[in-house]
Ligand binder design. Sequence first.
Ligand SMILES: Nc1ncnc2c1ncn2[C@@H]1O[C@H](COP(=O)(O)OP(=O)(O)OP(=O)(O)O)[C@@H](O)[C@H]1O
Ligand SMILES: [Mg+2]
Length: 376
Amino acid sequence: MAEAALHTSGGAPVVRRLALSDFRNYREARLEADARFVVLTGPNGAGKTNLLEALSLLAPGRGLRRARPRELTRLGAERWTVTARLDTAFGAVDIGTGLGEDDRRAVHVDGAPRRGREGAVAAVWLTPRMDRLFLDGAGARRRFLDRLVLAVDPAHAGRVQAYETAMRQRLALLRAGTADGDWLAALERSMAERGIAVAASRRDLVERLRTALASADGPFPKAQVALAGEVDAWLEEEPALGAEDRLVAALAAGRSRDAESGRTGAGPHRSDLAVADAERGMPAADCSTGEQKALLIALVLASARLAALPPLLLLDDVAAYLDEDRRLALFDEIGRLGCQAWLTGADPATFAPLAGRALNVGIENAVLTPLPPERP
Ligand SMILES: Nc1ncnc2c1ncn2[C@@H]1O[C@H](COP(=O)(O)OP(=O)(O)OP(=O)(O)O)[C@@H](O)[C@H]1O
Ligand SMILES: [Mg+2]
């Protein structure tokens, strides 16, 4: 365990203890982890993804399945909780979250209540669901991008939420048809300020990602990234204040159309993240399934390299789909990043190269069993 202990001193957050209660298929479960790699293996339906979902709720937002807080309660139980003790750059932190009385998610950090969007730790994940990320609508790509932004800029969650709240309020006023012009104009100004701030922080990340991706070598494809959207184009053309004014004008001009359609026609909620394999100029949507996964991993690793403190990495069923070269490269890169990575798979053999470096946990029917360390 000497090597594992050494890994935890780099400042990246490390989950030391995790406890779930009435969460998904778990009645009560506890786990102690001090290694950089935690490998969770077990049959289909055992509870591997659920455990990663619990970890994803230590970060702000709705977690890796975007479930409503109620849905997370174990069938037949009252309310769920997830508690964790983490080692962070700022010392030990206790995070507790669970279903609150008001059916919202409650979060406590060191015993003090926090709003749901202010997790105390950043986490980035890849799940089998994201296999369709490049094929389906832009919403999932935006959320993926926003998760990467959050890992370097924790204030991003608050900006996105404030923007969406103002957007909902404006639409409700428009739909009600009783809107007072001053009130609408104030909401549109607030949407523009927040919306352009959201677009600007995405833009900043994409630019830094480009640099990080360009310097990456190894078997992962070189990913080319760009923002596609009206407000993103404005930010290319002029400073943020000018882009804000353009968004204000676009919102004011779109009132009757938005009232009718029930959707907001302009703003950063319509932007998309365009990804391509740079070497071939091949759009991600036209890459093979394995290549798409490799592109996603390249993006996640590049963003983790950028963060002052790398996030928790939650990689659900990722390793099994990579060829040997890429799997080894993934493990090595995580090792270099110094962050804690939680990896799942059905077959322990996938993780054989991590022997001696990982805590192996078997999961069967929501019961966690630490497995004896494999020999290197
Ligand atoms: N609220 C809930 N209460 C009880 N059980 C639930 C709840 N939500 C999901 N489950 C069950 O939890 C079980 C484990 O799900 P999970 O997605 O974690 O499996 P897994 O180990 O990741 O499997 P796979 O290898 O197929 O991905 C499933 O049988 C699922 O139906
Ligand atoms: Mg799963």
